[in-house]
Write a protein that binds this ligand. Structure first.
Ligand code: FAD
Ligand code: MLT
Ligand code: ZN
Length: 504
């Protein structure tokens, strides 16, 4: 991990060897489910090269790197169960992995942990790619209740494991509301399969309401692979709207972003489905790296503006057009907005969305990205971006080229700010200027150090900025209950993991 303190490998974890691989091979129904650099003594499996595993050992940002010699892609829940029961018995550390689009280093090993990927688990289960689920639902008139820029790669199991937020949480709510049931395999002696409100599973299935006891599925939403491996999900799918409008507006300052948000909520009400923002640095970065043209006719005064993307989704186009038209007219009239573009067709809807959705990729093309995903009252958001820029200037990090740009964007409608600090390289000196300062600055604003990306390895030791000691203690007890030997996600998610007692 690119971090000043890299937690040590726990010495009691077994080092994977040919006997372990032989066992895994015996429980996997397909030879393609096993990829390993460990040679077979009798030639019963093919030895992979390190290159075959590199995409699973390194994260999307190229920031966190592990060195696992074994990747398993089981096809069924039963295979996952046998693998986890074996890992429990042998004390083999495991990292569950979905589409590996996570942004906090959770989904890749730190050392030599076994990678247990959902890539092999197909039909309508945890390994389904989010976009494929949407494509499946659309002709039937339904949609997935979440959408994110990583939709082409992330898995629904990974989405639930991270409690991903995304671009339409404002409208459809968090996965804590839309996930109805979960099937998960526990890292215990039996590889217990826990089925909660899943159709065709044991017990009640995929009901909207079920008040029989603790709502265990909620624990798995956002558990980031620490409690078990999610193998199945049942989820509410809203009706696909028949009318969609997208507008991108330019406003002179951040205060105006807030005014537009207030007005938009008041005037659009139930048809509002996204309210996103990005700053001047963000727009310039995206235009530069995608080659797209600015959607605005005028240049901002003083060279700076803020940009807002508004989406409406409804069932009556005339009604929505009228409402959005009325909003834009009133905002132009009272000079809250300075410029704007309204998409005229589906292609324009996509190209306006792409200005916002391309931000993470554009930042990645520009350099190494220190990403912060913060939750706080909207009014306090942008001063943090400005303070960050001031701080980097004071420390000379912009002058010496260590930091190329600092970009602010995010899901205004959910009070979620993303700060991307684009550096020339991964650099301890830069990281020390940012952390823990940025967590303290967030804490001072009563914010949370993760709104939606989660904790992973990146923030496990910073959790106290957002959670009390008592809350962390209870979380550690819950984790031990599900994972008595601490084999899942070692050193990640919670602080002081190595101090916690493990079952012998
Ligand atoms: P991975 O990255 O493979 O894993 C993430 C974590 O979940 C790891 O801790 C892993 O151990 C665990 N995990 C994965 N699958 C399982 C499973 N089946 N059972 C148990 N644990 C599991 N996030 C947002 O919240 N909102 C956004 O708008 C958003 N946009 C993004 C845009 C881009 C371009 C990128 C690259 C990422 C974005 N993300 C966003 C982050 C990321 O896409 C999400 O966190 C996503 O939900 C991760 O899914 P995944 O399948 O890639 O999981
Ligand atoms: C986003 O909102 O674009 C995502 O959370 C990804 C990111 O911030 O990089
Ligand atoms: Zn986001």
């Amino acid at each position: 991990a690119r971090s000043a303190e890299r937690p040590a490998r726990r010495p009691d974890f077994k080092k994977l060897d040919a006997d372990d691989v032989a066992y895994f091979k015996s429980v996997l129904s397909s030879p393609s489910s096993l990829v390993t650099t460990i040679p077979s003594p009798d030639g019963s499996w093919q030895t992979a090269s390190e290159d075959d595993l590199v995409g699973y050992n390194v994260d999307w940002m190229d920031k966190y790197k592990g060195n696992s010699p074994v990747l398993l892609k089981p096809k069924t829940t039963d295979e996952v169960s046998k693998i986890l029961a074996y890992c429990y018995k042998k004390r083999i550390a495991v990292v569950p992995q979905g589409g590996n689009t996570g942004l906090v280093g959770g989904g890749v090993p730190l050392y030599d942990e076994l990678i247990l990927s959902t890539e092999g688990i197909l039909t309508a289960d945890a390994g389904c790619i989010l976009e494929n689920l949407s494509t499946f639902l659309h002709p039937k008139g339904y949609m997935m209740p979440l959408d994110l820029g990583a939709k082409g790669s992330c898995h629904i199991g990974g989405n639930v494991a991270t409690n991903a937020g995304g671009l339409r949480l404002l409208r459809y709510g968090s996965l804590h509301g839309t996930v109805l049931g979960i099937e998960a395999v526990l890292p215990d002696e039996k590889g217990t399969v826990l089925s909660v409100n899943i159709p065709g599973g044991d017990g009640a299935g995929a009901l909207r309401k079920d008040n029989t006891g603790y709502d265990l599925k909620q624990l798995f939403i956002g558990s980031e692979g620490t409690l078990g491996v999610i193998t199945g999900v049942s989820i509410l799918t809203p009706r696909l709207p028949s009318a969609i409008n997208v507008a991108v507006l330019s406003v002179p300052d951040f205060k105006s972003v807030q005014t537009v948000f207030k007005e938009t909520r008041a005037q659009l009400g139930e048809i509002l489905s996204a309210f996103e923002f990005f700053d001047q640095e963000g727009l310039e970065m995206v235009l530069h790296h995608t080659g797209a043209k600015s959607p605005f006719e005028t240049e901002p005064e003083n060279g700076r503006a803020f940009y807002v993307l508004i989406e409406t989704s409804g069932s009556n186009k005339d009604h929505d057009d009228e409402k959005l038209g009325g909003l834009l007219e009133s905002l132009l009239e009272n000079e809250t907005i300075t410029d704007g573009t309204l998409a005229q067709d589906e292609t324009q809807v996509q190209s306006l969305w792409s200005l916002r959705e391309s931000l993470p990729e554009a930042a990645g093309k520009m350099g190494r990205v220190y990403k912060y995903d913060l939750s706080m009252p909207v009014k306090d958001m942008y001063s943090l971006v400005e303070e960050a820029r001031e701080r980097f200037k004071e420390k000379g990090l912009d002058k010496d080229g260590s930091i190329k740009t600092t970009v602010g964007y995010g899901h205004i409608g959910d009070g979620n700010l993303h700060i991307n600090i684009v550096a020339k390289d991964w650099d301890e000196k830069v990281e020390k200027v940012i952390e823990p300062w940025i967590y303290e600055a967030t804490s001072k604003r009563n914010g949370s150090i993760s709104a939606e990306h989660g904790v992973g390895i990146m923030k496990s030791r910073a959790l106290h900025y957002s959670k009390t000691e008592a809350a962390i203690g209870v979380m550690q007890q819950i984790r031990r209950l599900f994972d008595p030997r601490g084999i899942l996600m070692p050193s990640k998610y919670l602080p002081m993991e190595s101090d916690a007692p493990f079952e012998q």
